[in-house]
Design a protein around this ligand. Structure first.
Ligand code: URA
Length: 216
């Protein structure tokens, strides 16, 4: 099931506009903060479709009944661009387990690239709700490769893929590979460049959040 949050106009549009805006992008702290805010909003939206149960709590004046999420959530973060998005989600799901995966594009001379996974740290996923975060869902190959790597840590009850901006191609690929999953997007763009950057997109999310790196 696809959930496109920008379909309903809200303050979320402001945060995405600032992420995309070249005039605002030199402020990397604002860039990271907006990614965190989108993580918080998306986690809140995801929480609406998770099973809940009621609990009773003692207040100073009596007893109150509240609905709380029943699921054990694990939030997966694809390093490094996913870090602020992950942090925002973790502020909402503050009891969640956490998985970290390094996935990077190894570019070839002919313009193609492979996704290399070097590092995985993950709790047991058996029966849990996995939310896999990658802010930029371009071709979908990092998301799918990462999900495949995580399945070695147990079969989750449900998988939620979460991205800030997706390209149609990446969305279609993830949907094809994981038809039963939930896919959460803040915005959906139509194009990819030859180097698989999203257009209009926002550029390189990792560089904008954490600075330029030496190119491999
Ligand atoms: N990763 C990014 O940071 N930006 C894109 O447009 C695609 C992948």
């Amino acid at each position: 099931m696809i959930h496109l949050l920008s379909e309903q106009p809200s303050v979320l549009g402001q945060f995405i506009a600032e992420l995309r805006d070249t005039n605002a992008q030199s402020d990397s702290m604002r860039f990271r903060t907006n990614m965190e805010r989108l993580g918080e909003i998306m986690a809140y939206e995801i929480s609406k479709v998770l099973p809940t149960h009621t609990i009773q709590v003692d207040t100073p004046l009596g007893q109150a009944t509240e609905s709380v999420p029943s699921e054990q959530v694990v939030i997966g973060c694809i390093l490094r661009a996913g870090l602020p998005f992950h942090n925002g989600m973790l502020r909402m799901f503050d009891r969640a387990g956490n998985a970290f995966i390094s996935a990077y594009r190894k570019h070839h001379k002919d313009g193609t690239f492979d996704i290399n996974i070097q590092y995985v740290s993950c709790p047991d996923l058996t029966g849990k709700t996995l939310i896999l975060t990658d802010p930029m869902l371009a071709t979908g190959s990092s998301m799918v490769k990462t999900a495949e790597a995580l399945m070695e840590y147990g079969t989750p009850r449900e998988i939620h893929f979460a991205a800030i901006i997706a390209a149609r191609e990446g969305l279609d690929y993830v949907r094809r590979m994981y038809p039963k999953s939930h896919i959460w997007l803040s915005a959906l763009d139509e194009e990819l460049t030859a180097k698989a950057y999203i257009v209009p997109g926002l550029g390189d999310a990792g560089d904008l959040a954490y600075g330029l790196k030496v190119q491999e």
